[in-house]
Design a protein around this ligand. Structure first.
Ligand code: GLC
Length: 739
């Protein structure tokens, strides 16, 4: 363990002891304090009229089509470039994607970066301190490459398990997702760069993402997706919020007075700026509805926020006032994060070894052990002949596609074009990081004779499995920004492959590399299953460490694995039956409206929905096995704070997550995660856990107020959302407060 790692682990424990279960850490709010606001005001007053539309729009500095103009030489190829105002010492903004590291943009910069595991893998760690360390790492690489804005903080809740971008986000629960997003953002911005939080809001599917209308009541939104954003903003204090492509209740999210002016800026008092998603600006009027910056302007039908905005400001006091506020907000974010005083410069040194260690640590803690019959894992030394089958396990580990795609220098180990030939196709490829499971397993189990079969021919794989002590099948589900998967089945006949191998080898282990939950028709015939997600730059090493027992898996599902699509609020993805969806989610809807009715489930997303419907998941939210055993005891709570003890009752060290749930209110079943704490325990060791309960999770939101209704509230610790301990009932007086 390197010094750095041990230091940050110590930090992790300290952070957790403070009950990092979503409690708002006031110290981070408005880091620059009044100084940033005062400085922004001073600069604004010094601005000349023609300078006021410099910061309000920018290009995507890439030559997207052969006849497109060359981007300015000063711009770094990436996601965005906004010139600064040198006369006033205002730096240019150099923007790159995204939540998993510095994006590769299909190799145009010919450099590489460290790929964190997917958002779901990060969320499966339930470890805010570690996610903050990951954010610090990718933020440092952002800066070392000369960028000063990282378009990270993807926090949209998983409302549909088939959403192509679930892999980027942090799961289905507002407390877990919001807390981890906030810590990631805090880590990123510790490098004196701006992070976003995105995509604001209710961006729950990729099919038709630029036309779909997310319908939801204010109360349901505030008790779910908006709460995730609010917690993320409270903890991370992001300089910018990126508004989404979709509509919310009939209005584009980037042109939405309720969402941007009322909720974000007035009710929440957000001081930073709202940037659009790329090609998400419908009109100049969006400026009056809360949008502060037009991003990737060449993707919109017009550049609204340059001369048109200047002209409007000249003739209309409302636009003039807005234009000042737009600049004030962008300047505040620049000063609050010290971009001017700490200019990022390209060519900075990157310690890829240490950064790889951090990515591996996240992967190790994010792997979830779903099944382990007869304790077939960890692999016994007696497993002399091991078959490794499928999933390009001889070459790499899978990653998700789209703007968040990160690759090491030299690019992907495997690159399978998956686009439909249009101009967006370079973005759409099934690509694998060059971290090789077969190699990692051979290094971790030198005593074994390990043979690989690629799984294309089932008979060949079966023949190898037959003569092996253990068969490890790697199964992949590729997902991407821009479109959803049509169902939750593993593609390319992998279900048949797994079933055939398991039929001939009782020690069949399945390693899933998926972008979301999948069906497992073969589950009963396998010995063990681990979910490794998209495990990042050192994913293979982490998978091998878990399979061989060097690491005791401690991941807990941040999402529900449904038992079938009939359990979902919407059995089919809205709009999927349209013509072939293009990458940018623009299927030909033939003028038909596309609506995602989120009021069906309301705030009851995922496990909450199952609790309301009395449904049992294939694997529930919060689920994850270990190579040891744990017991929770001594729950005490007054509804504001909670404490308990966690004990390792097994024979080896391990880590688990104490999960506190609300399970009933006024005698009616309602389930909400109220707090969590990851805890590491040696064999036989017992430790106290303590959590602060975010009162909004006990409350209803109504017309700008949170209300905890008086009555009896049932609390329980859970190994996961379905395996709950004794219920402790507390009578609460009730209270109401402003958001
Ligand atoms: C995209 C994504 C957004 C990304 C932006 C810049 O289409 O929706 O997450 O940051 O473009 O690449």
């Amino acid at each position: 363990m390197t010094l750095r790692t041990s230091l940050f682990l110590a930090g992790a424990c300290a952070a957790l002891a403070a009950g990092a279960s979503g409690a708002q850490d006031k110290a981070t709010l408005d880091k620059g304090g009044q100084a940033a606001s005062a400085k922004a005001e001073k600069t604004l007053q010094a601005m000349q009229t023609e300078e006021k539309t410099i910061l309000t729009h920018g290009i995507m500095p890439l030559k997207l089509t052969p006849d497109a103009p060359e981007p300015p030489a000063v711009a770094i190829p990436g996601a965005g470039y906004i010139p600064g105002i040198p006369r006033l010492g205002v730096p240019a903004l150099f923007e790159t994607d995204a939540s998993l590291g510095v994006s590769y943009v299909f190799g145009v910069r010919k450099d590489g970066a460290t790929a964190l595991p997917s958002g779901l893998a990060q969320a499966a760690t339930w470890n805010p301190a570690l996610i903050e360390e990951g954010g610090r790492m990718i933020g440092s690489e952002t800066r070392a490459k000369g960028f000063n804005v990282l378009l990270a903080g993807g926090v949209n809740l998983m409302r549909d398990p088939r959403n192509g971008r679930n892999f980027e986000y942090l799961g289905e629960d507002p407390l877990l997702a919001g807390t981890l997003a906030g810590h990631a953002i805090r880590g990123i911005q510790s490098n004196h760069i701006i992070s976003t939080i995105k995509h604001f809001a209710l961006n729950g599917q990729e099919t038709g993402r630029k036309v779909v209308d997310s319908k939801i009541s204010a109360a349901n939104a505030h008790e779910s997706d908006l709460l995730a954003f609010k917690i993320g903003i409270e903890i991370g204090d992001p300089g910018s919020v990126m508004c989404a492509y979709n509509k919310v209740n009939g209005h584009s999210a980037c042109d939405n007075d309720w969402l941007l002016n009322k909720v974000l800026k007035q009710d929440w008092g957000y001081k930073g700026f709202v940037m659009s998603d790329w090609g998400a600006v419908p009109s100049l009027g969006a400026a009056l509805n809360g949008l502060d910056q037009q991003s990737g302007e060449q993707l919109d039908k017009e550049v609204f926020f340059a001369d048109k905005l200047a002209a409007a400001a000249k003739g209309d006091p409302a636009y003039a006032k807005r234009l000042d506020d737009m600049n004030r907000r962008i300047l505040w974010a620049i000063y609050d994060n010290g971009l001017d005083a700490n200019p990022a410069k390209p060519g900075g040194a990157i310690d890829f070894k240490t950064h790889g260690d951090i990515a591996e640590q996240v992967a190790r803690q994010g792997i979830v052990l779903l099944r382990n019959e007869r304790d077939v894992l960890p692999l016994a030394a007696s497993a002399r002949r091991i078959a490794v089958i499928g999933g390009y396990a001889n070459s790499g580990v899978l990653s998700g596609a789209g703007s968040s795609q990160v690759q090491a220098e030299g690019g992907p180990a495997v690159y399978i074009p998956a686009g439909n030939g249009d101009e967006n196709s370079p973005f759409i490829a099934e690509s694998y990081h060059s971290s090789v499971p077969l190699k990692a397993l051979r290094e971790a189990a030198p005593q074994a004779e390990i043979h690989y079969r690629n799984g294309r021919y089932i008979a060949e794989a079966v023949a190898q499995a037959k003569k092996s002590d253990v068969a490890i099948v790697f199964a992949t589900q590729w997902t991407s920004e821009g479109f959803d998967v049509p169902d939750m089945s593993l593609p390319n006949g992998q279900d048949d492959l797994i079933a055939a191998v398991a039929a001939v080898n009782p020690n069949t282990i399945v390693v899933l590399e998926t972008g979301g939950p999948v069906m497992m028709p073969w589950l009963g015939s396998t010995a063990a299953v681990i979910e490794a997600w998209y495990p990042g730059a050192r994913g293979a090493e982490a998978i091998a460490a878990v399979l061989t027992g060097k690491v005791n898996p401690s991941g807990k599902l941040p999402i529900t694995f449904p038992a079938g699509k009939e359990q979902l609020p919407r059995a089919e993805v809205d709009g999927l039956d349209s013509t072939e969806p293009s990458f940018f989610g623009m299927p030909d809807m033939k003028g038909q409206p596309l609506v995602a009715d989120y009021d069906i489930e309301g705030a009851n997303v995922g496990y909450r929905w199952n609790a309301v419907k009395g449904q049992k998941a294939l694997f529930p939210f919060g689920y994850g096995l270990s190579y040891t055993r744990f017991a929770a005891s001594g729950l005490k709570t007054d509804g504001t704070r909670a404490s308990a003890r966690m004990t390792n009752t097994g024979k080896r060290e391990g880590a688990t997550v104490a999960q506190l749930y609300l399970v009933s209110r006024g005698g009616k079943p309602v389930q909400r995660l109220l707090g969590f704490q990851r805890v590491e325990l040696t064999a036989g060791q017992s430790k106290p856990v303590a959590m602060t309960i975010d009162q909004r999770l006990l409350a209803d939101w109504q017309d700008g107020n949170w209300t905890v209704v008086p009555g009896d509230y049932g609390f329980a610790l859970g190994e996961d959302a379905e395996h709950l301990g004794p219920v402790m009932t507390v009578r609460l007086k009730g209270k109401t407060w402003q958001d």
